[in-house]
Ligand binder design. Structure first.
Ligand code: R7I
Ligand code: MG
Ligand code: MG
Length: 318
């Protein structure tokens, strides 16, 4: 497997966008509801539920792009600048979480990024808004040692997510993306998970990872994955299913994203997280033409996503 580094950066960022758009039209529908309407699974972009244009991405990709832009302009992960970038980019129509809307509005009005993450929930949000956007950190810093990576992740998410579960999930996804980016052959699922367990000892996510290992080991079905994790907006309910789809369909990135989205629940986010993982491994050669052509391509659309991904790759080589 000889996929170039730059292509893998593009794969991860566009993979995120593809999963986001594919899942957005059925976000928060259960797997049963989706299968009833789409017995052959959702495989094509559908008109948006939220009134977004056809092929438009949501907050998952918007925040990923904002994080990437901030790193590129500061040449490092700067918490204050990340917060400013999220606030600048914030488009409420793109379907942000309830607390996220409040936090980003406050940041636009000058709130302090160090304390903004506790506005709605005393312990911080455990929503998956931190992990959904972490791909740029995974691509650039995913193989740093635990403490260094933790600091980068924390700076990128603290203004919206201070809950340990949200940070742990983002840390794991960043590491997983780093591992995918570095892999020169298709990773073995159990070996891959072994490299993640030590990252979050004695935590909710560690227990979830153990469960995921068992499911992958016995080739569990998508229904069993939904029964085990729920696939809701909570970080610990949605990130493990995204990793399941990536590892279970590791040789077929399009199928991995399709399977992720059709789990139901937080479909755009699960799809986005799976897309970033498989894209970091497979690069850009697998892109389905229909997804590529239909992805929005106005301001901050497909071409800009590709350009930012390529600039991240160049920055990583410095
Ligand atoms: O985490 P966040 O950015 O949301 C991301 C999700 C993704 O599915 C996106 O596609 C988008 O649809 O939103 O936004 P938050 O508002 O921080 O968290 C999302 C939701 O998680 C909240 O609106 C709450 O319903 C729930 N939640 C909590 N509920 C109770 N107690 C998050 N933290 C808590 C909590 O501590
Ligand atoms: Mg979304
Ligand atoms: Mg979502």
């Amino acid at each position: 497997m000889l996929v170039q580094r730059k292509e893998r950066f593009v794969g991860a960022i566009l993979g995120c966008a593809f999963g986001d758009v594919l899942g957005a039209a059925v976000e928060m529908q259960s797997r049963q509801e989706i299968l009833l309407q789409h017995p052959q699974l959702v495989r094509d972009f559908l008109p948006s539920q939220q009134g977004l244009g056809f092929g438009c991405y949501t907050d998952d990709t918007e925040m990923t792009l904002a994080l990437a832009r901030s790193i590129l302009r500061k040449k490092e992960v700067d918490g204050a600048d990340c917060a400013a970038a999220y606030a600048e980019t914030f488009t409420p129509e793109r379907g942000y979480g309830r607390s996220a809307v409040q936090v980003l509005t406050a940041l636009q009005q000058g709130a302090d990024w160090l304390s903004s993450g506790n506005m709605l929930f005393a312990d911080g949000s455990f929503g998956n808004g931190a992990v959904m956007r972490i791909a740029p950190i995974g691509l650039l810093y995913g193989l740093l040692d635990h403490q260094q990576l933790y600091q980068k992740v924390k700076l990128a998410v603290w203004m919206t997510h201070t809950h340990p579960e949200a940070i742990d999930a983002a840390l794991l996804q960043a590491r997983a993306i780093g591992l995918m980016l570095a892999a020169d052959e298709l990773p073995d699922a159990q070996g891959f998970l072994e490299k993640l367990f030590c990252f979050v000892p004695e935590s909710t996510l560690n227990v979830k990872l153990q469960g995921l290992a068992l499911l992958l080991n016995r080739f569990a079905t998508a229904d069993e994955v939904v029964a085990e994790f729920g696939c809701g907006v909570r970080s610990a309910d949605s990130w493990p299913p995204a990793l399941w789809a990536a590892l279970r369909f590791i040789d077929d990135p399009e199928e991995a994203i399709v399977q992720a989205v059709n789990l139901g629940g937080d479909t755009d986010t699960i799809g986005a997280m799976t897309g970033a993982l498989v894209g970091a491994l497979h690069g850009d050669q697998w892109f389905p033409t229909r997804w590529y052509e239909q992805l929005e391509n106005g301001t901050a659309g497909r071409d800009e996503l590709i350009e930012v991904a390529e600039r991240l790759a160049e920055f990583s080589a410095c």
